[in-house]
Ligand binder design. Structure first.
Ligand SMILES: [Zn+2]
Length: 122
């Protein structure tokens, strides 16, 4: 018989289908996924982008497969950092119960299209 856990974050009853490291305490897989993001080490925190309750991570290095197909993004962090990346990855919308632990930390800035006819987009 599978052990049934009750998730303290969302109240769901669940059995474990993933490796034990995928779970934080007795939280379910989904809540553990988000809880992990509330407690990132600094080098990960610096790559965490939260805009409108949506969670993204950017990579400084090029990878063979890029987030959003290599689309360029400009991001302005509330702490003053400005970054530009063509390797942004989307993790999903932050569930309500984690919003206060993962508040917005940035906004997207418009990216000028190169050689756009008729001047810059507004
Ligand atoms: Zn849960």
């Amino acid at each position: 018989m599978d052990r049934i856990y009750t998730c303290p974050s969302c109240g769901k009853c669940y059995t474990r289908r993933h490796t034990p490291e995928s779970y934080i305490g007795s939280n379910c897989f989904d809540c553990s996924f988000w809880l992990e993001k509330t407690d990132y080490p600094d080098y990960m925190k610096n790559h965490q982008v939260i805009i409108d309750g949506q969670h993204y991570l950017f990579h400084e290095t090029d990878s063979f497969i890029k987030g959003f197909g290599g689309r360029r993004f400009k991001i302005q962090f509330f702490d003053g950092r400005n970054i530009e990346t063509n390797n942004l990855w989307f993790q999903g919308e932050i569930p309500d119960q984690f919003r206060s632990m993962l508040p917005d930390n940035a906004v997207f800035l418009p990216v000028e299209e190169k050689s756009a006819a008729g001047g810059a987009h507004v």
